[in-house]
Design a binder for this molecule. Structure first.
Ligand code: PLP
Length: 388
């Protein structure tokens, strides 16, 4: 498709048209068997996702990406007195969960080019928390923002050295890989979200936990069902209602055959954006590892300043091209987290300058697997013209 028609940020309807018959068949099968909770589709999906991520990976379907993060932290017993380190530049759910559990989020700055957790800043803040001695450094939540894997080798090194739990928030990055290993096999646990616009999305809320640790997987199964034991009315621990609906598992099973092709399309579109914007002075998101496979959920660029960003967004809008700002505020500036940020490192936390600058400068461009080359060309031409 060329022309000058509108271009949406996401497109989840084109895909539906491709698989509509299978979707209808699978949804009808659930209506027929009636096992809306823990139906056979849930187990089938878990097996398929685990296999997709590599040998030895277990998968536990849960009710959302947020609940995946919460269940993973509950399983570690994370709570009051624990410091959970996470990037200041991410979606709010990453920071919400430690607070819900009574733990303290400690915001870490991100790298200017990858937009992901800066390992050297992580080390600095862990050392500050240790020196103060009030909170126990307990976990790191690394986020693979917009589908670009974080620097997992470096994050895991720090976690091993400091005895911390490494939780991969891969809500935006299902399908991405680093050095030939898919996300899901990197962290001690990995949280996925199946929110409709994620790289693998259902038609409602859904999520999953991945881990290579069989005992953790068992704990996650128990926690997602009120902490149940071997029988339904044996309650071993405080859990929650965190199951994945059978209907959503059926939707995801219908989508799985398209996934590899869609990931390849996302990679191809990302590379086209990269090459069209190369040398323009517009900052493109790039990881440190040449061995990374990105699962681009959003294509996000960094402009010179807020004025240039807002000018570009307005110019694209005038041409029918949708954009988004992910995220307009770093989390430590959110009213809900400001207090936690102020008190986490009482001696005064180092600045989060990169996260603050990115919040003013980033602009997300249309990204979905059904975007045509001519559309990408049009978006880039409009963006370059808007900068003047
Ligand atoms: C979407 C998202 C979540 C939360 O997922 P839900 O399924 O919406 O609960 C968590 N972290 C990140 C980085 C996300 O993008």
């Amino acid at each position: 498709m060329t022309g000058s028609g509108p271009i949406a940020l996401f497109d989840i309807q084109t895909q539906q048209a491709l698989i509509r018959a299978d979707l209808d068949r699978r949804i009808a099968a659930v209506l027929d068997h009636g096992r809306y909770i823990n139906g056979p589709e849930v187990e089938e999906l878990e097996a398929r996702l685990a296999a997709f991520c590599g040998e030895g990976v277990h998968c536990v379907g849960v009710s959302s990406g947020t609940d995946a993060l919460q269940i993973a932290m509950m399983a570690e017993g994370i709570g009051p007195g624990d410091a959970v380190f996470l990037p200041a530049f991410t979606y709010t759910a990453t920071a919400e969960v430690p607070l819900v559990l009574g733990a303290t989020p400690v915001f870490v700055d991100v790298e200017e080019t990858s937009f992901n957790l800066d390992p050297s800043d992580l080390e600095r803040r862990v050392a500050l928390v240790r020196a103060e001695g009030r909170l126990r450094p307990r976990a790191v939540v690394g986020v693979d923002l917009f589908g670009l894997p974080a620097d997992w080798p470096a994050i895991l090194d720090i976690c091993r050295r400091e005895g911390m739990f490494a939780l991969d928030d891969a809500a935006q990055a299902f399908g991405a890989a680093l050095d030939g290993v898919r996300l899901g096999a990197w962290g001690d646990a990995t949280a996925l979200s199946f929110y409709p616009t994620k790289t693998l999305g259902c038609y409602g809320d859904g999520g999953a936990l991945l881990t290579r640790d069989a005992e953790r997987a068992e704990l996650y199964r128990s926690l997602r069902t009120h902490g149940e034991g071997r029988t339904r009315y044996e309650v071993l621990r405080t859990g929650m209602n965190g199951r994945l609906d059978t209907l959503q598992a059926a939707v995801l099973l219908a989508k799985l055959p398209l996934l590899e092709g869609e990931l390849a399309a996302r990679a191809r579109i990302g590379a086209r954006y990269d090459s069209l914007l190369a040398g323009s002075g517009i900052g493109v998101q790039a990881g440190r590892s040449a061995g990374a496979v990105n699962a681009r959920g959003l294509y996000t660029v960094r402009l010179r300043d807020r004025a240039e960003r807002d000018r570009a967004a307005a110019a694209l809008k005038a041409q029918g091209i949708a954009t988004g700002i992910y995220y307009p505020r770093p989390l430590h500036r959110q009213p809900a987290y400001a207090e936690a940020h102020r008190t986490a490192i009482a001696g005064g936390a180092p600045s989060l300058a990169v996260s603050e600058a990115l919040a003013e400068r980033v602009l997300s461009l249309p990204m979905h697997p059904y975007l045509g080359d001519a559309q990408v060309d049009r978006i880039c031409a409009a963006l370059l013209a808007a900068r003047g």
